[in-house]
Design a protein around this ligand. Structure first.
Ligand code: PRX
Length: 634
């Protein structure tokens, strides 16, 4: 094991002729070069595929960098492009989405109907005194009303702050307080694994802690008894039945740079930060990335299996698919409820053509073996996607072979809440290597910078930076410009580069391999190891379903590695297996990567977006306080 250890695979997967021929962008190199040649002209051309109330005076204003402005002087509203304009075309009667509840409920909604529902709720919000610029907090499960509520807010220019429906009362209260939102939209409950999650109880407590809320609108989803406080709480369906909830509502004309939403995400330090996105640049970037990377066509059935409460859901369940006039599948519940083939049944039943999910879900389903998937006809699928963490080659190959019939390209998309849309990902016409997010999206320049501030050689690890602005970049941290500067722009202030917070390397073919967050990189005896590499090695062993490793301080070697492994069904941990796994890692990565301790566990602490919270394992291993656990799954 040396510092210039090369990526673990030289395995190539090339797209079929059919895929290349029908791709929205058949020639990545040409489009990438076009964007490099004249970035502003490139984005102006993309922006011209959308409708604007007033065109921009300037594509990019960098006079106050890094507070960049895009499409300066333009007037627009993302909802005009996502809904209003479709109602004047044949897409009016196309399905915007097909929704399935975990309990089997079904709702389908055309563009026309979604537009009307959005208008009605926008009128309700206006009648509650919500004005342009007011923040509205949304806290509910994966139900159609969350989408209606988000669109209604955007329509009247009220930035939404969606808080994932699994957060605790304190986390919700903190986010309400930070955004200072008067109005909260929620549901009585949500279905998950056959049980009711009592959302309204959480809301009652959160509002008690953050009394800035004076109006709570409650969607009836589960129908169990809840507390309704008079003068504060209103049923959604009652309000939507009032004459005030007219089907017609003027769309607020916004400045391109006006806030669209705040989305809280955990940072390297304590309290979550409110990442701010705006109407103009975000609509251009998210729609372009979806159209090109996932090759969206009018006859597709697009399924982004994320939650609307995370950036993946904001960009690729709500806004981009609607802008493109796509039909989405939305499923409320757990992938393995009531059986591990729930997802595969949905793919078959609705003829899903593109599935976009996270490695953690893939590994979770892989654990149950091939038979559950093989029981279903998955031949409608033509593209698969991955997001959220590095996908280990083992899971990649399973996804490709068992779900994708070895025919579907796997679009591994690297990006962040802050970036708004995909930054590094293949287009379907690009050759793939399992575990690599491949190359930057057209219009994006990235580099990997070593400790000396120089661009890394192939195979060398460094800080992933984004060199220059892009339309859907975060504009600031809500209410905290200084934090925005410190966190993202201070390390490479002179160069003006954005610090992603990830360690990555590039191979000799110019392919990018994300290793993980910088805080997840482990140094053992001076050697640099990515937790993802060691975990990937562990998971490549047939007994291991999922693994997490952490660095634990060691007097002799600086750090040693502790591993936590979830074994596949039917395998028990033993001393022999521990030794075998250590050797396996030694064989796969190098002797230096061998964990010194392997713990066999039933569960790993994860955020709701599926990232393993190593910080918690680390604290526990060292007997230290675990700190903020507000983003922990359960
Ligand atoms: O470490 C990277 C990892 O997720 C981080 C961003 O997390 P979040 O803001 O929650 O957004 C997740 C969904 C976009 C990144 O800094 N990450 C995301 N996608 C990938 C990834 N790591 C490797 N490969 C990916 N495809």
């Amino acid at each position: 094991m040396t510092e210039d250890y090369s990526p673990p695979t030289s395995e190539w997967y090339h797209p079929t002729e059919d895929i290349v021929e029908h791709a929205n962008v058949p020639d990545y190199e040409a489009v990438y070069a076009e964007a490099q040649d004249d970035l502003e002209a490139f984005w102006a051309k993309r922006a011209n595929t959308l409708e604007w109330h007033k065109m921009w005076d300037k594509v990019l204003d960098d006079s106050n960098a890094p507070f960049y402005k895009w499409f300066v002087g333009a007037k627009t509203n993302i909802v005009h492009n996502a809904l209003d304009r479709h109602t004047k075309t044949w897409r009016r009667n196309k399905l915007a989405f097909i929704w399935e509840g975990e309990n089997g409920d079904k709702v389908t909604m055309s563009y026309w109907r979604l537009w009307q529902e959005g208008n009605k709720f926008a009128n309700v919000l206006r009648s509650m005194g919500v004005k342009k610029g007011d923040r509205v907090t949304i806290y509910m499960g994966r139900v159609p009303e969350i989408i209606i509520a988000m669109l209604a807010c955007a329509k009247i220019g009220a930035p939404h702050s969606v808080v994932y429906g699994g957060f605790s009362d304190q986390a919700l209260a903190d986010r309400i307080a930070d955004a200072q939102s008067r109005v909260l939209v929620t549901a009585d409950g949500a279905w998950l694994r056959g049980k009711i999650v009592r959302l309204k109880d959480v809301v009652d407590e959160a509002v008690r802690r953050s009394p800035v809320v004076d109006t709570v609108i409650v969607v009836k989803r589960t129908g169990h008894d809840i507390n309704m406080e008079q003068g504060r709480d209103y049923w959604y369906h009652d309000l939507m039945a009032l004459p005030i909830a007219s089907r017609y509502c003027e769309t607020e004309v916004m400045d391109a740079e006006d806030p669209l939403f705040i989305l809280y995400t955990s940072g390297t330090t304590g309290k979550p930060k409110g990442v701010l996105h705006t109407h103009g640049g975000y609509q251009v970037y998210t729609s372009t990335t979806l159209e090109w990377a996932f090759d969206i066509k009018d006859d597709d059935r697009w399924w982004c299996a994320a939650d609307p409460g995370w950036i993946t859901g904001h960009s690729y369940i709500v806004y981009a698919p609607l802008i493109l006039g796509a039909t989405s599948i939305i499923y409320e519940g757990a992938p393995n409820f009531p059986y591990p083939d729930r997802w595969w049944r949905i793919v078959e039943e609705y003829g899903v053509t593109i599935l976009y999910t996270a490695p953690t879900a893939i590994r979770g389903l892989m654990r149950f073996g091939d038979a559950w998937a093989n029981r279903h006809d998955l031949s409608s699928l033509r593209l698969l996607g991955s997001v959220g963490e590095p996908i280990n080659p083992e899971a990649w190959r399973w996804y490709h072979r068992v779900i994708g019939r070895e025919e579907c390209p796997i679009i591994d998309t690297w990006w962040q809440t802050e970036t708004g849309g995909f930054m590094i990902c293949p287009l379907p016409s690009v050759g793939l290597k399992p575990g690599s997010a491949t190359r930057p999206f057209p219009g994006i320049s990235v580099d990997i910078i070593n400790d000396e501030g120089k661009s890394c050689e192939p195979g060398e690890d460094g800080n992933l930076v984004i060199q220059g602005p892009w339309p859907s970049m975060l504009r600031t941290v809500w209410g905290d410009d200084q934090r925005f500067l410190d966190q993202y722009w201070s390390k490479y202030k002179e160069q003006g580069w954005y610090l992603a917070g990830d360690t990555a390397r590039r191979d000799a073919d110019g392919y990018y391999w994300i290793i993980g967050r910088n805080d997840d990189v482990i140094k053992v005896s001076g050697y640099r190891l990515g937790t993802a590499e060691v975990e990937s090695a562990l998971v490549s062993h047939e007994t291991v379903a999922e693994a997490a490793v952490i660095a634990v301080p060691d007097e002799l070697r600086g750090n040693v590695i502790h591993a936590y492994c979830i074994l596949v069904n039917g395998v028990d941990g033993s001393k022999e297996l521990e030794a075998e796994l250590k050797n396996h890692v030694g064989d796969e990565v190098g002797p230096i990567a061998k964990p010194s301790v392997i713990n066999f566990v039933e569960k790993l602490p994860k955020t709701r977006s599926g990232k393993i919270m190593r910080r918690i394992l680390k604290a526990e291993a060292q007997g230290l306080p675990v700190g903020d656990t507000s983003t922990l799954e359960e």
